[in-house]
Each structure stands twice: as C-alpha cells, then as structure tokens.
Ligand binder design. Structure first.
Ligand SMILES: Cc1cc2nc3c(=O)[nH]c(=O)nc-3n(C[C@H](O)[C@H](O)[C@H](O)COP(=O)(O)O)c2cc1C
Length: 197
C-alpha cells in the first residue's frame, strides 16, 4: 500500500488499451470502502465511456467556451482556462472517466448556514477519501489516473449532462499509462510538519 502511495502519479498520457469491467469494479469498490463522516457514504460514481464519453466531452467543451465568453463561474481564474482545455484533451484520450458526486450536496451556489457548511465540508472530505482510494487501487493494478477539478470550468453544462441528484465534486480519468513521469516535487517534511509535545 505504501508503495502505491509513493508510485502514484497524475497521468496525462494514456494508451488505448481498455480497462476491464472487473478492474473498474474493483477500483470503485475501493472507493466505497473509504471512511465517511458518520458513515453517511455521500457518494455516487458515474462511469462514462465510449459514445457517452463523447457526449460528455462535447458538454465540457461547450462549458469552457461559455466560461470564456459569458456568465463565468470563475472569473478570477480565467488564466487557467487553457489548462482546462488540455484536461479535456487528456480525458478524451483516457478510456474511462468517473464522475464523483456528493449525493447529499446542495450545489455550489446555494447559501449555507455554518452548520450546513460543516456538513458539506465533512461530506466532501468523505468523497475525497473515496477518490484517493480509487487512485491507489488503480496504481496497484498498473492503471494510471488523473483527479480532475477542471470540471468547474464547465460546471453547469456537466451537471446538466450528468442529470444526477447532488453536487458534482470531481472527475477521475483512468487508463493504462503511456508516460511514466518522475515524482512531482513536494514541500519538505520539515516545512509542513510541526511536532508538538
Ligand atoms: C483536487 C485535485 C484536482 C485536480 N485537478 C486537476 C485537473 O483538473 N487537471 C489536471 O491536469 N490535474 C489535476 N490535478 C492533478 C494535480 O495537478 C497533481 O496531483 C499535482 O500536480 C501533483 O502531481 P502528482 O499527482 O503526479 O503527484 C488535480 C489534483 C487534485 C488533488
């Protein structure tokens, strides 16, 4: 398990080799095994491949075009739009995309009381734990993955396309890697760890 943690990379070049349904099932089962706040298990996984993936990519690209031209959800983040377009191209090359939904989410534009916000934060932490479990399970199988939050540049369009209850949190692209990148830099242990007592 620790070697999967150390070997995992964000993969941005995938081969065409399909992933078996058995492997995808095991990867998602690993997500479902994650801990969750009060064991609420606030997740839904929507597995998108083939023709459905083409439709999703169309919605994603339409959303980015809208974000560039009108009604931007993220007006302060316009400089990241080229990277979001690159992410869509990566998703196009990956055989499988999994959209992960916080099934108890109220939607990103809804006003929340502090208590509702805490509930939401706990649910999103739970969903994130499930995503990380999936990435590690994939690594163990030699399957590459990319955790994707550029979905927020096409948020309305992707939510409409998904037509799912709850709040879309992230997507993950999966496929056999066609690149083997070096580990990306991390801040040093001493910069981020404080020992007390
Ligand atoms: C919450 C989250 C969102 C991310 N969104 C994207 C994305 O939309 N596009 C992308 O190319 N990479 C995305 N990444 C991958 C990060 O860029 C990557 O994890 C980071 O650069 C460290 O590289 P590593 O994963 O290979 O260690 C995301 C990662 C996380 C955890």
């Amino acid at each position: 398990m620790i070697s999967a943690i150390y070997d995992r990379r964000s993969i941005r070049k995938f081969s065409d080799t399909p992933i078996s349904k058995e492997d995808m099932t095991e990867i998602i089962q690993s997500g479902i095994k994650a801990p969750s706040s009060k064991n609420r298990q606030p997740w839904k996984f929507i597995v998108v491949q083939g023709k459905e993936k083409e439709e999703m990519l169309k919605a994603f690209r339409q959303g980015i075009a809208r974000e560039e031209n009108e009604n931007a959800l993220l007006p302060q983040s316009a400089q990241h739009i080229p990277a979001a377009k690159y992410t869509v191209d990566i998703m196009e090359s990956a055989p499988v995309a999994v959209f992960v939904v916080n099934s108890l989410g109220k939607g990103i534009v809804s006003e929340l009381t502090p208590e509702e916000r805490v509930y939401e934060i706990c649910n999103i932490q739970s969903v994130s734990a499930a995503i990380q479990n999936m990435l590690l399970a994939a690594t163990e199988k030699g399957i590459g993955s990319l955790w994707i939050c550029d979905i927020y540049f096409a948020y309305a369009e992707l939510c409409e396309w998904l037509n799912s209850e709850g709040e879309l949190v992230a997507a993950v692209a999966f496929g056999y890697p066609n690149e083997f990148p070096q580990a990306r830099p991390r801040e040093s242990f001493d910069e981020v760890v404080e020992w007390r007592g």
